[in-house]
Design a binder for this molecule. Structure first.
Ligand code: GLU
Length: 427
């Protein structure tokens, strides 16, 4: 049957990150097993998407409205799972794409979850702590029909943290009339959070970088690293690279770009950023134009901020041997081709940043069993899952001569569609 290709909610001109996700699915669709072909369309359509109005009263008495979203991209392999993002540029298209990447990511590391994501279109820097709490609680209440410990389990993402998860857990629990710790992950330790969750995404980024480097005979000790983003992911990644003997020579955040060819003092930089809410003026480094970040001489580049940062305008300037995607969707398909032509290896988001959701899975299991593991056990299990998953992707990419992203998508999409096919169509 000849069906229209674009669903009603996207226009041809401006379809945003969701279009990038669709392009990535399109690239691997022909590479999937023939038996799965009838089910590919499943990946092109989120299962359900919710847009909610989130009104709050500001501290000055004024009432303001924000737009919130929660999308279940796919639940074939288990309940939805994915973070909640607070950012002024969040759109439905972005949340759809992020939920799609969660579907693939969760399948790649083989945790028993589907893919989901949520967000609020808000600049949280403009809100007080109590306004942020009211925003989080009202949003949680508005999406409560979508979430639950065996339905869809939110977690932190950009500009959300353990405190926000605690408010979400409390709000959901009040509605249920009992404490439901397993409804969100990334919670504080005192509320059923997991040891190792805070650093998990950065640890996973580092582990996949290390595995890729060892395949390419590139030593980490002495290597130069450039990191975009100095939040939860960027900071932990930087720290782990330095612990392994590398030098972080450039860091960019929303406020600017700092470089030091001898290696930045990460602890001092973080302190400065927290105190001053900017990197500008930080000691022992040079502030350079944001554009110059991309051409900094380095062996590893870690985009750990927003989508589409590596694109056709800067991909030809990157000097790194390996790009490790700490962010979700940081490289456009056009940039992927440019980097491939230049022999730069891209470790894709769906494996590189899967450490966060992997330890989220551990947290969820611990909450269900009410039995908590040691940090050593968590980190050891995380390392094993990440390096095994990376090695499977590497092997497929070698065996079938395809980029790591395609190999990861083939593995992830196959797992999702196998589950979909064997479940069959309801009714
Ligand atoms: N927001 C993180 C991600 O993009 C973690 C999601 C989770 O733990 O559910 O992978």
């Amino acid at each position: 049957m000849n069906l229209p290709l674009l669903p009603s909610y996207i226009s041809k001109e401006n379809i945003g990150p969701w279009h990038i996700f669709l392009q990535q699915v399109e690239q691997v669709a022909p590479l999937l097993d023939k038996s799965l072909q009838p089910w590919v369309e499943t990946l092109r359509r989120p299962k359900r998407s919710l847009i909610v109005d989130v009104p709050i009263r500001l501290d000055n008495g004024e009432i303001v409205h924000f737009e919130g979203y929660r999308v279940h991209h796919n639940t074939s392999r288990g309940p939805g799972k994915g973070g909640v993002r607070f950012h002024q540029d969040v759109t439905l298209s972005e949340v759809m794409a992020l939920s799609g990447w969660m579907t693939i990511k969760n399948a790649v590391v083989n945790v028993p979850f589907g893919g989901a994501k949520g967000g609020i279109r808000v600049d949280p820097r403009l809100l007080s702590q109590s306004e942020l709490e009211r925003l989080t609680r009202r949003y949680t209440s508005e999406i409560s029909s979508m979430i639950g410990p065996d339905k869809d389990i939110p977690a932190p993402d950009m500009n959300t943290n353990a405190q926000v998860m605690a408010w979400m857990m409390d709000t959901y629990s009040m509605g249920e009339g009992r404490t439901v710790t397993g409804v969100v992950t990334g919670k504080p330790l005192s509320l059923g959070g997991s040891l190792g969750r805070q650093d998990a995404t950065g640890r996973g980024v580092f582990v996949t970088a290390r595995e890729a480097a060892s395949k390419m005979n590139l030593p980490i000790a002495g290597a130069r690293v450039a990191i975009q983003g100095f939040g939860n992911v960027g900071e932990a990644t930087a720290r782990m690279f330095v612990q392994a003997g590398a030098r972080v020579v450039a860091i960019q955040d929303v406020s600017g770009t700092v470089v030091n060819a001898a290696g930045l003092d990460l602890a001092a930089l973080k302190r400065y950023q927290l105190e001053n809410r900017t990197l500008s003026g930080a000691p022992d480094c040079e502030l350079v134009a944001n554009e110059d970040f991309w051409s900094v001489p380095c062996e590893f580049m870690v985009p750990a901020a927003l989508e589409s940062q590596i694109n056709r305008f800067n991909a030809d300037r990157i000097t790194a041997r390996i790009v490790v995607e700490g962010a979700n969707g940081p490289t456009t398909p056009e940039a992927d081709s440019i980097l491939a032509e230049r022999g730069i290896v891209v470790v894709p988001d769906v494996i590189a940043n899967a450490g966060g959701v992997t330890v989220s899975y551990f947290e969820w299991v611990q909450d269900f069993s009410n039995f908590f593991w040691s940090e050593e056990e968590i980190n050891a299990r995380l390392e094993r899952i990440m390096s095994d998953a990376f090695n499977a992707i590497w092997q497929m990419s070698q065996a079938r001569s395809m980029p790591l992203r395609s190999a990861a998508f083939v593995i992830g999409c196959s797992r999702v569609l196998e589950a979909r096919a064997i479940r069959g169509l309801y009714p």
